[in-house]
Write a protein that binds this ligand. Sequence first.
Ligand SMILES: Nc1ncnc2c1ncn2[C@@H]1O[C@H](COP(=O)(O)OP(=O)(O)OP(=O)(O)O)[C@@H](O)[C@H]1O
Ligand SMILES: [Mg+2]
Length: 357
Amino acid sequence: MSTRIIAVANMKGGVAKTTTSINLAACLAEMGKTALVVDLDPQANATSGLGIDPRALEGSIYEILLEDLSFEDCVEGTSVKGLFILPSTPDLGGAEVELATAYGREHRLSRALEPHIDDYDYIFIDCPPSLGLLTVNALTIATEILIPIQCEYFALEGLGQLLENMDLIRQHINPNLELGHILLVMFNSSTNLSKQVEDEVREKFGDKVCKQMIPRSVSLAEAPKTGQPITKYKPSSRGAVAYKAAAKEILAAELNGEATAQDEQDETEETITPEKENKTEIAGVDLDDSIDSINEENRDAANNTTEAIDVEPTENNSMIEAKTSSEDSTNEIKESEEEPAKNSGRFKRWRINREEG
Ligand SMILES: Nc1ncnc2c1ncn2[C@@H]1O[C@H](COP(=O)(O)OP(=O)(O)OP(=O)(O)O)[C@@H](O)[C@H]1O
Ligand SMILES: [Mg+2]
């Protein structure tokens, strides 16, 4: 299979580009694929969300783009086997200006990635919330764009401009670029607004829109502070199940829609439908909203520990069960004891540690 390079883009901010990049890549890695997340945002949220401190880095995407540092010197392993990250730092904030006058400015990322593409099944590029040169670099090498759309007001704002840019880049720079998927995120089944946005987006974009939607979920918002994807932080939470199902849909697309019968069956079983999601609503109360306050109380009670709680739907819908899960919510990311991939920065540290100790 040839590598799919997916630019996760939307010029609107805070619409789960990073959350989607991290979690889809992690789900695919857990399914046995090799995945790389390229953090192309100076906010470095994908970097910290995967447990790497941007301030402690010796090499990052900034040096790759502007100082010709090698890919091998920057790539890092993560707590998920088969998942790697090309990290970012706030230095990247200057890159838009510095790239503006640089030679081959649109191709900097593709030149750096090209020799390594075949090492991965999937590359997710987490784009910043703008259509500047960094995003153009992502679209120059991507094979497809994945657009997360938040089920809120102004959801489609800026989308026209992104699609126009996509067309321009396809015409002039990268003929392989396609609109891959649209993923509806932060879906809240207790509001008509979410449903209206869903209907509007499905009407406009048809089967480009993933059947699976990502619900609004406290666990998804909490996971980045632990440096883990949702599948590690809360593997059975609604957010984890939803991202796994979305990853399967994206995986199935590469078989040209000819997903195996088993895949289709799994997909049906795992899709979180609004009906299933309604189980978390009792007497019109959206539990996800109320979980926030339960969490606050729980944290206070636990003397400001990082213990977190998640509320899962119960069989008979008659009561809310709040369960604590302190093992899952640890802030510490332990380095994997296994041998990391040979080309990762972590491999170098792992080898030094082994030689020293
Ligand atoms: N399904 C969800 N439910 C609840 N919170 C979510 C969900 N998805 C993302 N979030 C939270 O929403 C915020 C914005 O998400 P995220 O950082 O992924 O968006 P972004 O598009 O990458 O933002 P930016 O444009 O700033 O890069 C984060 O705090 C994230 O934890
Ligand atoms: Mg982001």
